[in-house]
Design a protein around this ligand. Sequence first.
Ligand SMILES: [Zn+2]
Length: 218
Amino acid sequence: MAKGREAGRSGPAGEGDAPSRVEVDAASGLARGLRQVLSPHWDLRPAGQAPELIVVHGISLPPGRFGGPWIDRLFCGDLPPGADPYFAQVAGLRVSAHALVRRDGRMVQYVPFHRRAWHAGASSWRGRSACNDFSIGIELEGTDTDPYEDAQYGSLAALVRGLLGAYPTLAPDHLVGHDQIAPGRKTDPGVSFDWPRLRQLVAARPGATIPGPITQAT
Ligand SMILES: [Zn+2]
């Protein structure tokens, strides 16, 4: 959609750039280099429960339009209901995700990963319900039908690799879409999301295809 392509970088370079490598600190639950916009929409996981599952979502606000501050504001509980006709029906929701990957690959973190964000709703994975208890929710800015951007796959894969490194309770096959844990109720990230591509990027070693400088021996 043309509207999505118009949404370019709006912030300064540096923190929040699309990274190829993300370091996650398990103690603080924070990812280094991500813009931190901490949401009040979280609580504690059940005692002793570490993250075991990563759930990929898709979101755009208003639906089908990219850019703007609205996703941050929804997850922070201050979406202005009058700013768009659609907002009235979602402005009061107390929802969040741990992180968002914007169209240009820049990422935002809303909730520390070891805390419980409110992204999955009624859901079930491998016979276990209430997936918020044990999952990490990552939103991609997009729709079910618009292709996601190259930069989004790169950033998402980098974040997933960082999470796998920080939490041994996660595993590469503990990675699903919202549609898979809430079938019939949710459709995101949608048919436009290329799962084989993500899985391939997650499995690849970061920088493995980038040759180092060649030093000529004499
Ligand atoms: Zn979702």
